[in-house]
Design a protein around this ligand. Structure first.
Ligand SMILES: C[S@@+](CC[C@H](N)C(=O)[O-])C[C@H]1O[C@@H](n2cnc3c(N)ncnc32)[C@H](O)[C@@H]1O
Length: 227
Protein backbone atom coordinates (compact mmCIF):
# COMPACT_ATOMS: atom_id res chain seq x y z
CA UNK A 1 0.00 0.00 0.00
CA UNK A 2 1.29 3.48 -0.87
CA UNK A 3 0.57 6.36 1.49
CA UNK A 4 0.58 10.08 0.70
CA UNK A 5 3.09 12.22 2.60
CA UNK A 6 0.31 13.59 4.85
CA UNK A 7 -0.75 10.05 5.68
CA UNK A 8 2.87 9.14 6.35
CA UNK A 9 3.19 12.06 8.79
CA UNK A 10 -0.04 10.97 10.46
CA UNK A 11 1.23 7.39 10.79
CA UNK A 12 4.53 8.62 12.24
CA UNK A 13 2.62 10.93 14.58
CA UNK A 14 0.56 7.98 15.82
CA UNK A 15 3.65 5.83 16.25
CA UNK A 16 5.72 8.32 18.18
CA UNK A 17 3.39 10.87 19.75
CA UNK A 18 -0.03 9.41 20.27
CA UNK A 19 1.55 6.43 22.05
CA UNK A 20 3.26 8.81 24.45
CA UNK A 21 -0.01 10.64 25.07
CA UNK A 22 -1.76 7.35 25.76
CA UNK A 23 1.09 6.29 28.02
CA UNK A 24 0.88 9.55 29.97
CA UNK A 25 -2.88 9.20 30.28
CA UNK A 26 -2.40 5.64 31.57
CA UNK A 27 0.19 6.86 34.10
CA UNK A 28 -2.14 9.65 35.25
CA UNK A 29 -4.87 7.13 35.90
CA UNK A 30 -2.74 4.65 37.83
CA UNK A 31 -2.03 4.66 41.59
CA UNK A 32 1.22 6.55 42.22
CA UNK A 33 4.28 4.61 43.44
CA UNK A 34 5.08 4.91 47.14
CA UNK A 35 7.95 7.06 48.44
CA UNK A 36 10.44 4.20 48.66
CA UNK A 37 10.03 3.48 44.94
CA UNK A 38 10.34 7.18 44.05
CA UNK A 39 13.56 7.40 46.10
CA UNK A 40 14.93 4.19 44.57
CA UNK A 41 14.14 5.42 41.06
CA UNK A 42 15.80 8.79 41.66
CA UNK A 43 18.94 7.31 43.23
CA UNK A 44 19.25 4.65 40.50
CA UNK A 45 19.10 7.36 37.85
CA UNK A 46 21.90 9.46 39.27
CA UNK A 47 24.17 6.80 40.80
CA UNK A 48 23.88 3.53 38.88
CA UNK A 49 24.97 2.65 35.36
CA UNK A 50 22.29 1.89 32.76
CA UNK A 51 19.18 3.08 34.66
CA UNK A 52 17.00 2.18 31.70
CA UNK A 53 17.28 -1.43 32.88
CA UNK A 54 15.03 -0.53 35.82
CA UNK A 55 11.29 -1.21 35.58
CA UNK A 56 9.25 1.91 34.84
CA UNK A 57 6.63 2.99 37.38
CA UNK A 58 3.84 1.72 35.08
CA UNK A 59 5.50 -1.68 34.71
CA UNK A 60 6.11 -1.73 38.46
CA UNK A 61 2.42 -1.09 39.10
CA UNK A 62 1.55 -3.85 36.65
CA UNK A 63 3.82 -6.34 38.47
CA UNK A 64 2.39 -5.24 41.80
CA UNK A 65 -1.16 -5.81 40.57
CA UNK A 66 -0.36 -9.23 39.13
CA UNK A 67 1.31 -10.25 42.39
CA UNK A 68 -1.60 -8.99 44.49
CA UNK A 69 -4.03 -10.92 42.28
CA UNK A 70 -2.08 -14.17 42.63
CA UNK A 71 -1.18 -13.56 46.29
CA UNK A 72 1.86 -15.88 46.05
CA UNK A 73 3.72 -17.67 48.81
CA UNK A 74 7.00 -17.88 46.90
CA UNK A 75 8.33 -15.66 44.12
CA UNK A 76 11.56 -16.04 42.16
CA UNK A 77 13.04 -13.10 40.29
CA UNK A 78 15.91 -13.57 37.82
CA UNK A 79 17.73 -10.21 37.44
CA UNK A 80 17.39 -7.84 40.41
CA UNK A 81 19.31 -4.75 39.23
CA UNK A 82 18.45 -2.09 41.87
CA UNK A 83 15.41 -3.89 43.28
CA UNK A 84 12.50 -1.91 41.81
CA UNK A 85 10.59 -4.93 40.46
CA UNK A 86 11.49 -7.04 43.53
CA UNK A 87 9.81 -4.50 45.83
CA UNK A 88 6.76 -4.32 43.54
CA UNK A 89 6.39 -8.11 43.31
CA UNK A 90 6.97 -8.64 47.05
CA UNK A 91 4.04 -6.35 47.86
CA UNK A 92 1.63 -9.15 46.86
CA UNK A 93 3.20 -11.90 49.00
CA UNK A 94 1.03 -13.93 51.36
CA UNK A 95 1.69 -13.60 55.08
CA UNK A 96 4.86 -15.66 55.69
CA UNK A 97 5.68 -15.59 51.97
CA UNK A 98 9.15 -14.94 50.53
CA UNK A 99 10.77 -13.56 47.39
CA UNK A 100 14.13 -14.84 46.13
CA UNK A 101 15.92 -12.60 43.67
CA UNK A 102 19.16 -13.32 41.80
CA UNK A 103 21.71 -10.72 40.66
CA UNK A 104 25.12 -11.41 39.13
CA UNK A 105 26.61 -7.99 39.93
CA UNK A 106 27.86 -7.91 43.54
CA UNK A 107 28.21 -4.11 43.42
CA UNK A 108 24.41 -3.78 43.52
CA UNK A 109 24.03 -5.65 46.81
CA UNK A 110 24.45 -2.67 49.16
CA UNK A 111 22.06 -0.51 47.13
CA UNK A 112 19.34 -3.20 47.01
CA UNK A 113 19.68 -4.09 50.70
CA UNK A 114 19.24 -0.43 51.68
CA UNK A 115 15.96 -0.19 49.73
CA UNK A 116 14.63 -3.60 50.82
CA UNK A 117 15.11 -2.34 54.38
CA UNK A 118 13.49 1.01 53.62
CA UNK A 119 10.50 -0.85 52.14
CA UNK A 120 10.37 -2.96 55.34
CA UNK A 121 10.86 -6.06 53.20
CA UNK A 122 14.29 -7.19 54.39
CA UNK A 123 12.75 -10.24 56.14
CA UNK A 124 10.75 -11.18 53.06
CA UNK A 125 13.39 -10.82 50.33
CA UNK A 126 16.57 -12.87 49.89
CA UNK A 127 19.06 -11.46 47.41
CA UNK A 128 21.32 -14.15 45.92
CA UNK A 129 24.49 -12.79 44.38
CA UNK A 130 25.64 -15.11 41.60
CA UNK A 131 24.93 -16.45 38.15
CA UNK A 132 21.23 -17.34 37.93
CA UNK A 133 22.09 -20.43 35.86
CA UNK A 134 23.97 -21.80 38.91
CA UNK A 135 21.69 -20.43 41.64
CA UNK A 136 18.27 -21.53 40.31
CA UNK A 137 18.97 -25.32 40.42
CA UNK A 138 20.02 -24.96 44.06
CA UNK A 139 16.74 -23.40 45.20
CA UNK A 140 14.70 -26.13 46.77
CA UNK A 141 11.26 -24.53 46.41
CA UNK A 142 8.26 -24.52 44.12
CA UNK A 143 7.37 -20.96 43.14
CA UNK A 144 3.99 -19.38 42.41
CA UNK A 145 5.50 -16.61 40.27
CA UNK A 146 8.82 -16.54 38.43
CA UNK A 147 9.86 -13.24 36.82
CA UNK A 148 12.58 -13.54 34.15
CA UNK A 149 14.43 -10.25 33.57
CA UNK A 150 18.18 -11.01 33.27
CA UNK A 151 20.56 -11.46 30.29
CA UNK A 152 18.53 -12.05 27.14
CA UNK A 153 20.99 -14.55 25.60
CA UNK A 154 19.94 -17.06 28.26
CA UNK A 155 16.18 -16.52 28.01
CA UNK A 156 15.43 -20.04 26.71
CA UNK A 157 17.63 -21.54 29.47
CA UNK A 158 15.83 -19.49 32.12
CA UNK A 159 12.45 -20.51 30.75
CA UNK A 160 13.32 -24.23 30.96
CA UNK A 161 14.80 -23.81 34.45
CA UNK A 162 11.70 -21.85 35.50
CA UNK A 163 9.40 -24.65 34.29
CA UNK A 164 11.23 -27.01 36.67
CA UNK A 165 10.76 -24.67 39.62
CA UNK A 166 7.21 -23.40 39.13
CA UNK A 167 4.23 -25.05 40.77
CA UNK A 168 1.40 -26.33 38.57
CA UNK A 169 -0.95 -23.39 37.99
CA UNK A 170 1.84 -20.89 38.70
CA UNK A 171 2.86 -18.02 36.43
CA UNK A 172 6.09 -17.32 34.56
CA UNK A 173 6.47 -13.66 33.57
CA UNK A 174 9.13 -12.68 31.03
CA UNK A 175 10.12 -9.06 30.43
CA UNK A 176 11.34 -7.37 27.21
CA UNK A 177 9.83 -9.91 24.82
CA UNK A 178 9.24 -7.17 22.20
CA UNK A 179 12.84 -5.92 22.52
CA UNK A 180 12.10 -2.38 21.27
CA UNK A 181 10.16 -3.83 18.32
CA UNK A 182 13.22 -5.67 16.96
CA UNK A 183 11.33 -8.98 17.10
CA UNK A 184 9.21 -7.99 14.08
CA UNK A 185 12.13 -6.67 11.99
CA UNK A 186 14.69 -8.58 9.98
CA UNK A 187 17.34 -9.75 12.45
CA UNK A 188 21.12 -9.65 11.86
CA UNK A 189 22.78 -13.07 12.31
CA UNK A 190 25.00 -11.70 15.08
CA UNK A 191 22.15 -10.08 17.04
CA UNK A 192 22.11 -12.89 19.59
CA UNK A 193 19.72 -11.22 22.01
CA UNK A 194 16.96 -10.54 19.47
CA UNK A 195 17.35 -14.03 18.00
CA UNK A 196 17.06 -15.58 21.46
CA UNK A 197 13.97 -13.54 22.40
CA UNK A 198 12.28 -14.46 19.10
CA UNK A 199 13.20 -18.11 19.65
CA UNK A 200 11.66 -18.04 23.11
CA UNK A 201 8.45 -16.32 21.96
CA UNK A 202 8.05 -18.96 19.24
CA UNK A 203 8.87 -21.77 21.65
CA UNK A 204 6.27 -20.56 24.16
CA UNK A 205 3.65 -20.17 21.45
CA UNK A 206 4.14 -23.88 20.53
CA UNK A 207 4.46 -25.07 24.13
CA UNK A 208 1.51 -27.11 25.38
CA UNK A 209 2.86 -26.94 28.94
CA UNK A 210 1.64 -23.33 29.20
CA UNK A 211 -1.14 -20.96 28.25
CA UNK A 212 0.30 -17.57 27.32
CA UNK A 213 -0.40 -13.94 26.51
CA UNK A 214 2.09 -11.39 25.21
CA UNK A 215 1.07 -8.06 26.73
CA UNK A 216 2.42 -5.11 24.68
CA UNK A 217 3.13 -3.00 27.77
CA UNK A 218 6.37 -1.00 27.56
CA UNK A 219 8.91 -3.47 26.05
CA UNK A 220 6.47 -6.39 26.13
CA UNK A 221 5.79 -8.84 28.92
CA UNK A 222 4.93 -12.49 28.31
CA UNK A 223 2.69 -14.10 30.90
CA UNK A 224 2.60 -17.91 30.93
CA UNK A 225 0.22 -19.88 33.11
CA UNK A 226 1.76 -23.29 33.73
CA UNK A 227 -0.78 -26.06 33.09
C1 LIG B 1 17.00 -5.59 33.21
S1 LIG B 1 17.95 -5.70 34.66
C2 LIG B 1 16.76 -6.16 35.87
C3 LIG B 1 15.81 -5.06 36.19
C4 LIG B 1 14.94 -5.30 37.39
N1 LIG B 1 14.28 -6.59 37.34
C5 LIG B 1 13.89 -4.20 37.43
O1 LIG B 1 12.83 -4.41 36.83
O2 LIG B 1 14.14 -3.13 38.00
C6 LIG B 1 18.84 -7.18 34.41
C7 LIG B 1 19.76 -7.55 35.56
O3 LIG B 1 20.16 -8.91 35.39
C8 LIG B 1 21.49 -9.05 35.82
N2 LIG B 1 22.07 -10.27 35.21
C9 LIG B 1 22.60 -10.41 33.97
N3 LIG B 1 23.02 -11.67 33.79
C10 LIG B 1 22.74 -12.36 34.92
C11 LIG B 1 22.92 -13.70 35.33
N4 LIG B 1 23.49 -14.62 34.53
N5 LIG B 1 22.51 -14.06 36.56
C12 LIG B 1 21.93 -13.15 37.39
N6 LIG B 1 21.72 -11.86 37.05
C13 LIG B 1 22.12 -11.46 35.83
C14 LIG B 1 22.16 -7.75 35.38
O4 LIG B 1 23.35 -7.52 36.12
C15 LIG B 1 21.05 -6.74 35.63
O5 LIG B 1 21.19 -6.11 36.88
Amino acid sequence: MIYSSTENIFILYNMFFLDDEILNYSKKNTTKPEKVLLDLERETKYKILMPRMMSTPLMGSFLKTISKMINPKYILEIGTYTGYSAICLASGLKKGGHLHTIEINPELKKFCSKYFKQAELEEKITLHIGNALDVIPELNLKFDIIFIDADKKNYCNYYELALKKIRKGGYILIDNVLWSGKVIKEVEKNDIETLEIKKLNEKIQQDNRVENILVPLRDGIMICKVL
